[in-house]
Design a protein around this ligand. Structure first.
Ligand code: SF4
Length: 49
């Protein structure tokens, strides 16, 4: 797993602005072909309990 910097600190997998999930899944975000990063999303996001 490469180091993944992520500023979504409200995610349960986020520690010190890094992702600590064993793997992440990234999907297109409401489009059939992404043209920029805004059209992608992290599906692994889990809210902190
Ligand atoms: S699972 Fe996704 S949103 Fe959560 S810390 Fe990792 S990259 Fe960020």
């Amino acid at each position: 797993m490469p180091e993944i910097k992520c500023t979504v600190t409200e995610c349960d997998y986020n520690k010190s602005v890094e992702c600590h999930a064993p793997m992440i899944q990234v999907n297109r975000n409401n489009t059939s072909a992404a043209n920029n990063s805004d059209q992608t999303k992290c599906e692994t996001f889990k809210p902190k309990q």
